[in-house]
Design a protein around this ligand. Structure first.
Ligand code: HGY
Ligand code: MN
Ligand code: MN
Length: 411
């Protein structure tokens, strides 16, 4: 069986980690940013140099195609994303995308002709940090979201999505435009686990069978700006008091009630943000996750109730917006079986697991058979500049992806 080239893959990961590198050893390569465009260009140039064909669609999803014997067959799709969190790690997304490119290079080096084409994809804006929602490119690819709804979205830095999308497409004139959502035979995504399970059990490969559900809420309390020193409690319409009460309940009551529940308040803002002014408005986000759709909906309702009650108690207006609603998803048993068979053939231990993070495969899995391969990351840390994966796990993950791609690209 062809083998990945460890040195080439590790060098590639280092090359891309340099694009948007942060002093603490992570990356800041946010979606549709200058750094994101630089990474896309580097990958596209490497693909063209290998004789692969480069495509983009209207969501700026980037595809690198290595033809197979039968061009009439839908290609096998492998890959992930290149965008990162503002203080992200070097492996979230990049590992899957660059390992997928290494698969194409290893097949080319070995002169292997696959039955069907294999395409590598870098989906646009998986993280959803700069522009909400996350998984924007894969949702658009799967028809699960509408780009026209998002074009007017403002980034956290004020940029308009439509402008950044246009700039990204124009920055890669060598890429052929193609209609969004072309047929693929299957999709396999290699990714770091972003949790502690594989490392704790010392298992090199996770066979991901499902992804838990996610809801993103944006909550805004509006009260009345007033003087910090002269306004007694009974005169205050203080949105920070409402937010503090709501967040205390989310963290202290709702989450501890269910070991599978994950609730995170990741972003909070107060206006006018002056030290001696009672805020007029406080907004914050809640990321709610659960493997079970019914429990997820129940937690959403509970957060609504607690926020409405806190707003009323502090005589504030309460506005709650659902920004992202990702139902839990199960992956295709034939694809997970191909991953398990490959691990057996390579004598690599593996175990089935559910993903706590959402991924592009969750949406591609709605239009094609899909599954994921996880590798351990140190202390389960991710979305953190200290994110780390050992060379051995990187190579095991990429070699497993190569074996699965060979199985699934036979005509
Ligand atoms: O938030 C997530 O689950 C993904 O890592 N962006
Ligand atoms: Mn990711
Ligand atoms: Mn991520």
């Amino acid at each position: 069986m062809p083998e990945v080239n460890p040195a080439r893959l590790l060098t590639s990961l280092a090359d891309f980690a340099a694009i948007g590198a942060t002093p603490a050893g992570g990356v800041n390569r946010q979606a549709l940013s200058v750094e994101d465009r630089a990474a896309r260009r580097l990958l596209a140039e490497r693909a063209l140099a290998r004789g692969f064909t480069v495509f983009q669609d209207e969501a700026a999803n980037l595809f690198l195609r290595r033809d197979g014997r039968d061009a009439t067959l839908p290609p096998l799709l492998i890959g992930s994303h290149l965008d990162s969190q503002p203080t992200g790690g070097r492996f979230d997304g990049a590992l899957g995308t660059l390992s997928a490119f290494e698969v194409l290079e290893a097949l080319a080096d070995a002169g292997v002709e696959t039955g069907r084409a294999i395409e590598v994809v870098a989906f646009t804006n998986e993280e959803g940090s700069r522009f909400s929602p996350g998984c924007m490119g894969s949702m658009a690819f799967a028809g699960a979201g509408n780009l026209s709804d998002w074009r007017r979205a403002r980034a956290t830095d004020g940029a308009l999505l439509a402008d950044e999308l246009a700039a990204t497409l124009q920055a890669l004139p060598e890429a052929r435009m193609r209609p969004i959502g072309h047929a693929v035979s299957a999709f396999v995504e290699l990714h770091i686990e972003q949790g502690p399970v594989l490392e704790r059990e010392d298992v090199p490969i996770g066979v991901v069978t499902a992804v838990q559900g996610t809801k993103w809420l944006e909550i805004a309390f509006s009260g009345e700006a007033a003087h910090a020193g002269t306004t007694p409690l009974e005169f205050r319409k203080d949105p920070m008091g409402a937010a503090a009460a709501a967040i205390a309940c989310i963290q202290g009551d709702i989450m501890p009630a269910d070991p599978a529940a994950r609730l995170t308040v990741g972003r909070i803002a107060a206006e006018p943000g002056s030290i001696n002014v009672i805020p007029s408005r406080v907004s914050f986000t809640v990321d709610i996750r659960h493997p079970d759709a019914v429990a997820l909906a129940a937690m959403e309702r509970r957060v609504h109730e607690e926020c409405e009650a806190a707003g009323a108690r502090w005589d504030c207006g309460t506005v709650i917006e659902l920004r992202v609603d990702m139902a839990p998803g199960r992956f295709d048993p034939q694809v997970t079986a191909a991953i398990e068979e490959t691990c057996r053939a390579l004598a690599i231990r593996c175990r089935p697991m559910v993903s706590g993070a959402f991924h592009d495969a969750l949406f591609v899995g709605r239009v094609a058979p899909a599954a994921m391969i996880f590798v351990p990351c140190r202390n389960g840390i991710s979305h953190n500049e200290a994110e780390f994966v050992s060379d051995a796990h990187i190579i095991a993950g990429a070699q497993t992806l190569l074996g699965v791609a060979l199985r699934l690209s036979a005509a």
